[in-house]
Design a binder for this molecule. Structure first.
Ligand SMILES: *Cc1c(COP(=O)(O)O)cnc(C)c1O
Length: 370
């Protein structure tokens, strides 16, 4: 089946008892035992399993073309479960512009347990030069946040396979509609489902999807069950509901982002625009090779420095000044002031999560502010 059909049907089970077409929300934390002490319904306790979580995991696995998925209560919890599943002493290679929440997680919570290098992923040799015998994981993010840099997913997958290293891709910015890392050779995909996947800025969630059920995946399942960073049944329901329109929402996000990127690129008040769909993006050829379409995120540099960037944000009427991304409403954010002093983000960079408002209104709002 095609992705539009999977999005609607792979996360839903019509209720056999009542005939409810939309799967009900199962709030019970505990489940009836049978006379033999077993669990006839297949469920025991909601930290370990829940029907709504299973439905969500099922549709996520199908959308990314994976063998299985684990849902978590945030994207950071999903990332953390991979790091927790690593043997102590393992070495991880990460991009130098890794999502700052996960970069700080590694630095603050895994110091002395894991070792890591943060490097520029735009050249494969940089990654190869970091390999040690303890290297167990390569963690990539493409497009990256907020520089919109790409890395060659198939190229890294090839290197990882040759050296028996697990390769994980944070696919939050692209979504499975715009990029399919498992098909390009990655072993694991991570999502902050808080973003495009839920799509309505009202649930926090995360997910991992695996290409195959192997030993590492068993460990990740163990971290999920014993660590307990699992999403509530209602959250699973909402994310599953959001996914039903994900393919159509992404078409709108991509269409609006493309139009906005083209508009900004021509504007004299803009120094540069970073969007993989622009011919001027330094990795546009790679984007065309590995992306299905170019996503709903872009960043741009405002001419005149940080003050001008702040002034611009403050005079917008439709774009909301807030962090996060992937909702139906357009958001704009000054990233430097969020990421802290060790960031590489320029002070005049604004990141835009392009929403589903009419493009004419979005452009008019920016035109007035610029
Ligand atoms: C938001 C985000 C995360 C973290 O997800 P949370 O749901 O906020 O914990 C990880 N990676 C990327 C690229 C993100 O945008």
């Amino acid at each position: 089946m095609k992705i539009e059909t999977l999005a609607i049907h792979a996360g839903n089970k019509t209720d056999e008892k009542t005939g409810a077409v939309v799967q009900p929300i199962t709030l019970s934390t505990t489940f009836l035992r049978g006379h033999d002490g077993g669990y006839p319904g297949g469920y025991m306790y909601s930290r370990a399993e829940n029907p709504n979580r299973e439905a969500l995991e099922n549709v996520l696995a199908k959308l990314e073309g994976g063998a299985d998925a684990c849902a978590f209560s945030s994207g950071n919890a999903a990332g953390m479960s991979v790091f927790q599943a690593m043997e102590p002493g393992s070495h991880i290679i990460c991009p130098d512009d890794m999502y700052h929440g996960l970069r700080n997680q590694l630095k603050l919570l895994f110091k002395g347990i894991l070792t890591f290098d943060f490097i520029d992923f735009t050249h494969l040799e940089n990654i190869l030069n970091c390999f040690k015998k303890e290297t167990k994981l390569i963690w990539a993010e493409s497009p990256s946040n907020p520089a919109m840099k790409l890395c060659d997913i198939a190229g890294i997958a090839h290197l990882a396979r040759e050296h028996d290293i697990t390769f994980a891709v944070d696919n939050t910015f692209a979504t499975p509609l715009c990029q399919q890392p498992l098909a390009l050779g990655a072993d694991l995909v991570m999502h902050s489902t808080t973003k495009f996947i839920n799509g309505h800025s009202d649930v926090s969630g995360g997910a991992l999807i695996t290409k195959e059920k192997n030993e590492l995946w068993e460990k990740i399942r163990t971290v999920q069950g014993f660590g307990g960073a699992v999403p509530a049944p209602f959250d699973c329901y909402l994310i599953t509901r959001g996914i039903k329109t994900l393919p159509y929402r992404m078409r709108g996000h991509v269409q609006n982002a493309t139009a906005l990127a083209n508009y900004l690129e021509k504007h004299p008040g803009v120094e540069a625009v970073y969007y993989p769909g622009l011919a001027s993006h330094p990795q546009h050829e790679l984007a065309k090779k590995q992306m299905i379409s170019f996503g709903g995120m872009l960043s741009f540099l405002v001419k005149g420095g940080e003050e001008k960037a702040h002034a611009l944000v403050n005079s917008l009427k439709i774009f909301t000044q807030a962090t996060s991304l992937g909702g139906v409403e357009s958001l704009i954010e000054h990233r430097y002031s969020v990421e802290g002093p060790d960031t590489q983000t320029p002070k005049n960079l604004l990141r835009v999560s392009v929403g589903l408002e009419h493009i004419d209104d979005l452009i008019a709002d920016l035109e007035a502010a610029l």
